[in-house]
Write a protein that binds this ligand. Structure first.
Ligand code: NAD
Length: 264
């Protein structure tokens, strides 16, 4: 983003206390960008992450614990980032949860929570940053979708619905930002070994009537022709690229980073 080359970029990454979001936040800090962290977890551990990123990379890192199911708190997060950094160049909508269950047993509350966190929160954050990005003719929005934004698996009805939804939302925001220097892209990872994936192994074993070892070998890595998990560092590097000047003409796209899963 050369028009602001002398100023560090400022980024919000939702759900960045763990897993992929933390990987993206770390990659951004390593580029010298200021970062607003968000997500749940132990307060001391979060403070250690925040302070560690600041001291390792000499950048400004803030934390706001907004609950992504609460639009008022989401607006507060964006306002805090704006007053801390002066402006917001990059928004990464990453926070997400999963629940694995046959549809006839799928709890209503889990459906509502997954749609709120994995889909609606991106609407609320985008709405709060978009006007200022357009005015500055400068902005990058990245939605962490999933291979499940492009294809389905059984027992993940809410997650697959939310992730397909966010791929559609990405395209609309790309069109609305196209003449204003604002790009919007989705990253569609395959399986990454984060707490979100570790937690679903027992439930998938139960839903499919197989062992946890069989879930890893025959369900998770079976989906990926490379037979390897994607890493958070690889996703962080893709996010950095999508924020660069060289990515200025890349918008409205769903970028697979899935070991070949969706190619099958
Ligand atoms: P994770 O569980 O390690 O991290 C999820 C993050 O979201 C955490 O920081 C958590 O505190 C935060 N979060 C959860 N609920 C929240 C809420 N209500 N408000 C604010 N923050 C909240 O999971 P992950 O695997 O790193 O997943 C991150 C994103 O990547 C999700 O959108 C997920 O769907 C997507 N994804 C993950 C995989 C994978 O294999 N791990 C694959 C494709 C897509």
């Amino acid at each position: 983003m050369s028009q602001h080359a002398n100023a560090p970029l400022s980024a919000i990454v939702t759900g960045s206390t763990s897993g992929i979001g933390l990987g993206i936040a770390t990659a951004f800090a390593a580029e010298g960008w200021n970062v607003m962290l968000n997500g749940f977890g132990d307060a001391d551990e979060i403070e250690a992450i925040r302070a560690g990123l600041e001291s390792d990379h000499g950048v400004s890192v803030h934390y706001n614990g907004a609950d992504m199911t609460k639009p008022e708190e989401i607006r507060g997060l964006v306002e805090e980032a704006r007053s801390a950094f002066g402006h917001i160049d990059v928004l990464v909508n990453n926070a997400g949860i999963q629940h694995v269950s046959p549809v006839e047993e799928f709890p209503d509350a889990k459906w509502d929570a997954i749609i709120a966190i994995n889909l609606s929160s991106a609407f609320h954050t985008t709405k709060a940053v978009f006007g200022a990005m357009k005015e500055r003719k400068h902005g990058r929005i990245i939605n962490v979708a999933s291979a499940h934004g492009l294809v389905a698996s059984p027992f993940k009805s809410a997650y697959v619905a939310a992730k397909h939804g966010i791929v559609g939302f990405t395209k609309t925001i790309a069109l609305e930002g196209a003449e204003h220097g604002v790009t919007c892209n989705a990253i569609c990872p395959g399986y990454v070994k984060t707490p979100l994936v570790e937690k679903q192994i027992p439930d998938t074993a139960k839903a499919r009537g197989i062992s946890e070892e069989e879930v890893v070998a025959n369900v998770l890595l079976h989906a990926q022709p490379t037979k390897q998990f994607v890493t958070v560092e690889q996703i962080g590097a893709l996010a950095v690229f999508l924020c660069s000047d060289n990515a200025a003409q890349i918008t409205g796209a769903a970028h697979q980073i899935d070991g070949g899963w969706v190619a099958q």
